[in-house]
Design a protein around this ligand. Structure first.
Ligand SMILES: O=C(O)CCC(=O)C(=O)O
Length: 320
């Protein structure tokens, strides 16, 4: 994979987003798909044995299985999804995911925007948008709404990619272009699905753009690009991953254990999102600082899964 071209970079700077096709080949995505399938299988069997699920839909494809389970028993599907996403969304730290986070072609694209010293930013998510499941629909927000205010003017690059083709029909993302140079819009807690939301009154004027992403492609966005995702109107589960990267000089918790978190430090020394672990993925100046293997990545992520430092709390509830 090449670096982004001058045209791609100027599109990203102007619009606040960029879709890049063919970053991954299908084989790159297979290990993560298989990891997810294995968790679904174990959890479905467990629920079946305890009488909480009649049919494990063992023969169904990756694209359909959790949707079929949801149709039969929504609570069983929710339990299985939690086994994949963990306590708060970023709990999976398998080798297949690590190989995508550190994929050399992807990091070359990321480097075009952030420079050569790249930190894997703490918030990543694996999302199944199951047809009919309300929590799959994510309302308008800027990712910075979730981060500490002192990081509002830093660049935390979101890299969103699907594990199946993401189309308008199955609920790909919509972005609000050319608004990422503005301040953070007001958000509220308790939006649809329990997410943060920019309510209609606080949304900027203009037109949203729907961004389908074919399998293998990625959607890049800034942390100040408003975006949302719409309902899945198909019978295919729109599995996706959103990763984030930042340059090494932005506040982070690299090298800090969760029990060492000190909320009284000067704000600029506190990571943009303290509850989960940041980790170095590329640093040509100091290669020894990179998280080189999956075991080290897994260890640091699971330490934060066990003990989650306090996160930002900067918005009021909807209706308050
Ligand atoms: O995948 C989705 O539906 C929403 C993703 C999103 O909002 C994000 O990556 O910040």
């Amino acid at each position: 994979m090449n670096k982004l071209s001058a045209d791609q970079l100027s599109f990203f700077d102007r619009e606040g987003y960029l879709m890049v096709p063919d970053v991954f080949c299908f084989e790159d995505l297979v290990p993560l798909r298989e990891e997810i399938e294995a968790i679904i299988d174990i959890e479905a069997q467990r629920l079946h044995v305890s009488g909480k699920l009649n049919d494990t839909h063992a023969g169904a494809s990756f694209e359909h299985r959790i949707g079929l389970i949801y149709n039969e028993k929504p609570e069983a599907a929710a339990k299985i999804i939690q086994a994949i996403t963990g306590r708060a969304g970023g709990g999976h730290s398998g080798e297949g995911l690590f190989s995508l986070i550190t994929h050399p072609g992807l990091l070359t694209v990321i480097e075009s925007i952030l420079g050569p010293e790249i930190v894997g930013s703490s918030v990543y998510r694996i999302r199944p948008k199951v047809p009919g499941m309300p929590s799959g629909v994510v309302p308008w927000h800027q990712d910075s709404g979730y981060f500490h205010k002192h990081c509002d003017h830093e660049m935390i690059l979101t890299c969103w990619f699907p594990l199946v083709d993401a189309t308008e029909e199955n609920g790909c993302l919509q972005v609000f272009p050319r608004t990422h140079q503005a301040e953070i819009f007001r958000h509220h807690t308790g939006g649809p699905g329990g997410y943060l939301v920019i309510t209609e009154d606080d949304m900027p004027e203009g037109e949203a753009v729907t961004v389908p992403v074919p399998l293998g492609g990625i959607l890049l966005m800034t942390n100040r690009t408003p975006h949302c995702s719409t309902e899945n109107l198909t019978d295919v589960v729109r599995w996706s991953v959103d990763l984030r990267y930042q340059s090494a000089d932005i506040p982070n918790n690299v090298g800090e254990l969760p029990e060492q978190f000190d909320p009284d430090k000067s704000p600029y020394e506190i990571a943009c999102y303290p509850p989960e672990a940041d980790f170095v993925v590329r640093n040509p100046k100091d290669p020894s600082s990179e998280v080189k293997n999956w075991e080290a990545f897994n260890e640091i992520r699971q330490a934060y899964e066990a003990i989650r430092p306090l996160g930002p709390s900067r918005w009021e509830a909807v209706g308050s």
